[in-house]
Design a protein around this ligand. Structure first.
Ligand code: PLP
Length: 450
């Protein structure tokens, strides 16, 4: 038995993310000893079903043998080399494969999602500077958007809890109406809401004609907003309007890319090619930090010049890390060899009857699904709902973190029907215990954190 005496000191030196540290006086941290498929296992052997894919990064389970093997092989060759002036096989292969899959031929690498957002915003801005339209310097984002928490990314993020404190440091962006299908009034469809939101976007583009560099969106599912889903028509309209008004379209597929919404990239469901595609999270299967911004020949050409100042002079120390790129190649191999997208479609269909009792639960509102994401809102006046739900589920061996009153399942793709049934049953028990039939009126909630 390994010694766990470090556990009693676990919150002294480590400052945890997205956390009020004082809460850990009453809610102890969960020490994880190892992972295996959908399971996280603590030092007493207690197993937790990782139904949020460890903050949406894991695709093929923990300790996946194929990704492990690729990384072990890569460790014996090259762990890392700086990517300025040098190159290596995994980064070339990964860029070529992502180009073939996305139709965007130029890949620029970062280390995490927020830096991908920064890269896309800076590239778009600089493109217009170097293309005779320097007045195009503003960005449009959607209501309730989330694109990361560095200062540039936070400027296009519409989550008051994350941005309010830092507002004086942020460049003002323009906010377009949300296409969230839950906004449908009586007799309206998700498509009606999408059309209305697109009309609002057009009004904004007209009002700021010639000033907008880019629109940044989370295609199909706004994750941190509470898995807010919209009709693909909105993406098609956003693409059309961006082209018409001469603004770039930045698709932030950091959370939804790599099959999460049912297609490899969410934009495919609207037949849309963005000018910039931001990828991270699932790109390495949840193994290593890596992000990538893919863009067009046209954008690339605007930077290609004898003058160094016209280059894209952005860098991160670990840009194009060889181990991370190799993990990403192993992920693409699994997609190809196992026909993962078809398997996921079959899984989602097979899970539907298992989820039906949740959909029918009297406290459940707006039950929704997109690919391998299931979500619903809970009608409750409990101000502590998210925390109480999280704790009750942990006791039953399930890791779920509601966002405010929204409960969502975003499991690794390797989840089996038996495990989904376990998750649903634990959720039903927890809903009955915490909220019963639910309250007609939703209450004042603690601010939502993912
Ligand atoms: C997680 C996320 C980010 C930020 O990624 P980090 O790696 O956490 O910086 C950006 N956009 C979306 C849509 C995300 O879900």
């Amino acid at each position: 038995m390994p010694s766990t005496d470090w556990l009693s000191r676990s919150t002294r030196a480590v400052w945890h993310p997205c956390t009020q540290m004082q809460r850990h006086e009453t809610f102890p941290l969960i020490p994880i000893a190892r992972g295996e498929g959908v399971w996280l296992i603590d030092f007493d052997g207690k197993r937790y079903l990782d139904a949020v894919s460890s903050w949406w990064v894991n695709l093929f389970g923990h300790a996946n043998p194929r990704i492990n093997a690729a990384l072990i092989d890569q460790l014996g060759r090259l762990e890392h080399v700086m990517l300025a002036g040098f190159t290596h096989q995994p980064v070339v292969e990964l860029s070529e494969r992502l180009a073939a899959l996305s139709g965007l031929g130029h890949a620029f690498y970062g280390s995490d999602g927020a830096s991908a957002t920064e890269i896309a915003l800076k590239m778009s801005f600089q493109y217009w500077q170097q293309s005779g339209a320097p007045q195009k310097s503003r960005f449009i984002h959607l209501e309730h958007s989330y694109h990361g928490e560095t200062l540039g990314a936070l400027a296009v993020t519409d989550v008051p809890l994350f941005r309010q404190t830092y507002a004086p440091l942020l460049n003002a962006a323009l906010t377009a109406p949300s296409p969230d299908a839950r906004l449908a009034g009586p007799g309206e469809t998700a498509e009606t809401v999408a059309r209305r939101a697109a009309a609002g976007l057009e009004a904004l583009l007209q009002q700021h004609a010639g000033e907008v560099a880019a629109l940044i969106i989370e295609p199909l599912v706004q994750g941190a907003a509470g898995m807010a889903m919209h009709h693909p028509l909105y993406l098609a309209e956003a693409r059309r309007l961006c082209s018409q008004y001469g603004a770039h379209l930045i698709a932030d597929e950091i959370a939804v890319g790599f099959g999460r919404t049912g297609t490899l990239f969410a934009c495919e469901q609207a037949g849309v090619r963005p000018d910039f595609l931001c990828l991270s999270k699932g790109i390495t299967g949840g193994y290593l930090p890596l992000s990538c911004v893919l863009t067009t020949d046209e954008v690339y050409a605007a930077f290609y010049h004898p003058d160094i100042r016209r280059g894209f002079l952005h860098s991160h120390s670990y840009t194009g890390n060889a181990l991370a790129c190799r993990a990403a190649l192993a992920v693409l191999d699994i997609f190809a060899e196992d026909d993962v997208l078809a398997q996921n479609r079959a899984k989602a269909a097979a899970f539907a009857p298992l989820l039906a009792p949740l959909q029918a639960h009297p406290a459940v509102r707006h039950f929704r699904q997109q690919g391998m994401i299931w979500a619903f809102d809970v009608a409750t006046t409990r101000s502590d709902f998210a925390l109480a739900f999280f704790s009750a589920m942990l006791e039953q061996g399930c890791l779920l973190r509601p966002i405010g009153q929204t409960v969502y399942f975003m499991p690794p793709y390797v989840i089996e029907a038996e495990q989904m049934a376990q998750l649903v049953n634990a959720t039903l028990r927890t809903l009955d215990a915490l909220v019963g039939d639910g309250d007609a009126q939703a209450g004042e909630q603690e601010p939502a954190v993912p």
